[in-house]
Design a protein around this ligand. Structure first.
Ligand SMILES: Nc1nc2c(ncn2[C@@H]2O[C@H](COP(=O)(O)OP(=O)(O)OP(=O)(O)O)[C@@H](O)[C@H]2O)c(=O)[nH]1
Ligand SMILES: [Mg+2]
Length: 305
C-alpha cells in the first residue's frame, strides 16, 4: 500500500503578498498585529503613525501570506517625509497579489476616496474591509455603505471586522487565502516579519514617544538605534531620538527627565515582550533641524524614497 493523501483531499498551498491600504488611523497596523499575533507594527490613536512598509508573516497549513502594512494615505504634501509616506503606500499597492482596503466603518472621509483610486489601479483582486464595527451603534448602515462602495470600487469581497476585538479575522483570512496564487512558502515558518530586531526596537521607542507627546512634536521626531547587542543576559540598546526643532528637545526630555523616563520604561517593556529577552535601554535626544524635508537625511535615516 502506498502511504499518501487520498486524491483531491489536500489543496495545494498558497503563497502571496497582501497589502493593507487605507487612510491614516483606520486600524491597518492593529489588523496586521492581530493577524500575526505579535505587536509588530506600532499603533497609536494619532494619524500617520506608520512610516514604513512592514511585512508580517502568517504561516498555516493553507499556505503562507506576507501581509504588508503601509503608511496611511493622506492629503498632506507639505514636506518630503509626507510625500514619501504616500509613495510607499502607492508603490506597495502595485507590488502585491492582493489588496485589502481598510476603512473605518464609523466614518468614511474624502481621504478614503484617494485610497479607492489607488485600489482601482491595482491589477488583481481587491477586498474591502470595514473595520471598527464594534463602535458602530447601528450596523444596518453597513449595508448601504457596502452597496455604495461595491458599486464604486471593484471589490471582489467585503468583510466586517473589529481588529481590536479580533472579530472577523477568520472570514478575512479565508478570503485572503482563496485569492492568493498557489505557491510554496517563501519564508521560514517561524519567522514573523522581514524586519530586523533593531528596526522593531526603534519603532517601539517611537510608539511611546508618539503616545507621550502632543501636537506637532511626534511628527518631527525619529529614532535611530545606535547600538544593539545581545549579551548572555539581555539586549543592550542605545537609541538616539532626533527632533527637528531645538525647542522640542526639552519637551521630549520633560521636567526632571520625566517624559523620557516614562518613554524608556514603557518601550523597554514592549521590546522585552516582543523580542523575548530582558532589555537595557538607554535614550538620548539631539536636534537635527529640517530632517523631515531633506531627501539625503531621509535616505540615511532609512525612509524609503
Ligand atoms: N474601536 C476600535 N478601535 C480600533 C480598531 N482597530 C484599530 N483601532 C484603533 O484605531 C487607532 C488607530 O489604529 P492604527 O492601527 O494605528 O491605525 P493605522 O491605520 O495603522 O494608522 P496609520 O499608521 O496612521 O496609517 C488606534 O487607537 C487603535 O486602537 C477596532 O477594530 N475597533
Ligand atoms: Mg499604521
Amino acid at each position: 500500500m502506498v502511504d499518501s493523501e487520498p486524491a483531491g483531499q489536500a489543496d495545494p498551498p498558497r503563497f502571496g503578498y497582501v497589502a493593507l491600504l487605507g487612510r491614516p488611523n483606520v486600524g491597518k497596523s492593529t489588523l496586521l498585529n492581530a493577524l500575526v499575533g505579535e505587536h509588530l507594527a506600532i499603533v497609536t490613536h494619532k494619524p500617520q503613525t506608520t512610516r514604513h512598509r512592514i511585512v508580517g508573516l502568517l504561516t498555516e497549513a493553507r499556505g503562507q501570506v506576507a501581509i504588508v502594512d503601509t503608511p496611511g494615505l493622506h492629503r498632506r504634501r507639505d514636506h518630503a517625509l509626507n510625500r514619501r509616506l504616500n509613495r510607499v503606500a502607492a508603490d506597495t499597492s502595485q507590488d502585491v497579489d492582493l489588496v485589502v482596503m481598510v476603512v473605518d466603518a464609523t466614518h468614511l472621509t474624502e481621504e478614503d476616496e484617494r485610497v479607492l483610486d489607488l485600489v482601482g489601479k491595482h491589477d488583481g483582486p481587491a477586498l474591502l474591509a470595514f473595520n471598527k464595527i464594534d463602535r458602530l451603534q447601528d450596523r444596518s448602515v453597513l449595508l448601504e455603505k457596502t452597496a455604495e462602495w461595491s458599486n464604486r470600487g471593484r471589490f471582489d469581497v467585503v468583510v466586517y471586522l473589529s481588529a481590536t476585538r479580533r472579530e472577523g479575522l477568520d472570514a478575512l483570512l479565508t478570503e485572503v487565502f482563496r485569492n492568493l496564487p498557489e505557491g510554496q512558502p517563501q519564508f521560514p515558518e517561524d519567522l514573523f516579519t522581514d524586519r530586523s530586531e533593531r528596526f522593531l526596537a526603534a519603532e517601539l521607542v517611537r510608539e511611546q514617544l508618539m503616545l507621550q507627546l502632543h501636537q506637532e512634536i511626534p511628527y518631527g521626531l525619529t529614532v535611530i538605534v545606535e547600538r544593539f547587542e545581545r549579551t548572555d543576559q539581555r539586549l543592550e540598546i542605545d537609541a538616539l531620538i532626533l527632533v527637528s526643532e531645538d525647542r522640542h528637545k526639552a519637551m521630549v526630555i520633560g521636567r526632571q527627565g520625566q517624559v523620557l523616563k516614562r518613554v524608556g520604561t514603557r518601550a523597554r517593556h514592549a521590546i522585552a515582550e516582543l523580542l523575548g529577552s530582558p532589555v537595557h535601554l538607554s535614550l538620548h535626544v539631539k536636534t537635527r533641524s529640517g530632517w523631515v524635508d531633506d531627501e539625503r537625511e531621509l535616505d540615511d535615516l532609512g525612509y524609503a524614497g
